[in-house]
Design a binder for this molecule. Structure first.
Ligand SMILES: [Fe+2]
Length: 242
C-alpha cells in the first residue's frame, strides 16, 4: 500500500497540484486555508481526494469565524489573509472545515495511525519541533505505531518511545529555507520525506492580484520564494508560528 501524507497546504493550489504521486490512500493533516490565495480550490481538493482528514488550527479559525489580532510574523499574515478566506469560501467548503475531526485513528497495512495537527496533548496549537525527547512524552499513551502531525511546517521523521512521529512538512508554506512543496509517502511501512518544485510565481501572481494588504503581499511572497520570512526581521520569523 502506498500512502500519501500531506499537511499545511494553506490555500496554495500550484504547490498542491505539483504533487504527482500515485497512491492508494491520502492522509491530510489540516491547515487547508489561510495565507494563500486559493482556499476554495484546496478545500475542494481535500473534499474529493483526502481519504482521512483532520482539522488544523487555521481550518478551525476560519470555519468558526474567529478574528485574529497581531501585527508581526505569521500571526499578522493570518490576520491579513483571513477576511479573504471568508469571502472566497462557499458554504459547503466552510461546512467541510467545520466538521473535520480534531484527531483520527486509522489502521493501514497493519499499522495503527494517529492523525493530529499539532500534538496529541493539544491537537490544534502546541508547537513541537524535531525533538525526540519532547515527542516521547506526548506519544507515550498514543496507542499508535505512527503519529502523523503537521503544524510546525518542518519536515521530519523520528522515533520516540517506540512510536514513529512523522511530520510531512508543509505543502504550501515551507518554513525551513527550502521553498519546494513538502510531503511524505509511506510504502510497505517505509517512510520517504519528499520535496517537489512548483510554479511559485503562479501563487505569487494570485497573491499580487488579491485584496491582501501590500505589507502582507510582500511578506508572503518572500516567504514563498525563500521558504522563510525575511532574515532582516528576525522577530517576525520567531514570533508565533501559527
Ligand atoms: Fe500551518
Amino acid at each position: 500500500m502506498r500512502i500519501l501524507v500531506v499537511s499545511d497546504i494553506h490555500a496554495n493550489w500550484p504547490a498542491l497540484a505539483a504533487i504527482n504521486e500515485p497512491h492508494d490512500v491520502c492522509l491530510c493533516l489540516g491547515d487547508l486555508v489561510d495565507y494563500g490565495p486559493n482556499p476554495s480550490r484546496c478545500v475542494r481538493w481535500a473534499m474529493e481526494h483526502a481519504d482521512h482528514a483532520i482539522r488544523g488550527n487555521h481550518d478551525h479559525g476560519v470555519a468558526q469565524g474567529i478574528p485574529v489580532t497581531g501585527e508581526t510574523g505569521y500571526r499578522y499574515l493570518t490576520k491579513a489573509s483571513r477576511p479573504y478566506m471568508w469571502d472566497a469560501l462557499g458554504q459547503e467548503e466552510r461546512r467541510y472545515l467545520l466538521q473535520l475531526p480534531l484527531t483520527r485513528r486509522v489502521t493501514l497495512d497493519g499499522k495503527r495511525f494517529l492523525m493530529v495537527h499539532a500534538t496529541p496533548r493539544d491537537p490544534l496549537d502546541e508547537y513541537l519541533m524535531k525533538d525526540p525527547q519532547a515527542w516521547a512524552k506526548r506519544v507515550q499513551s498514543a496507542e499508535a505505531d505512527i503519529v502523523c502531525v503537521g503544524h510546525s511546517h518542518m519536515q521530519f521523521n523520528l522515533a520516540a518511545d517506540g512510536v514513529i512521529v512523522l511530520n510531512p512538512g508543509s505543502v504550501g508554506q515551507p518554513r525551513d529555507g527550502d521553498p519546494r512543496a513538502a510531503y511524505a509517502v509511506i510504502e510497505d511501512n517505509r517512510i520517504e520525506l519528499k520535496r517537489v518544485e512548483y510554479p511559485i510565481e503562479e501563487t505569487i501572481a494570485d497573491i499580487e492580484a488579491s485584496s491582501f494588504p501590500d505589507r502582507a503581499k510582500q511578506l508572503l511572497c518572500h516567504s514563498l520564494r525563500h521558504g522563510r520570512l525575511p532574515e532582516a526581521a528576525p522577530a517576525l520569523a520567531a514570533e508565533d508560528p501559527a
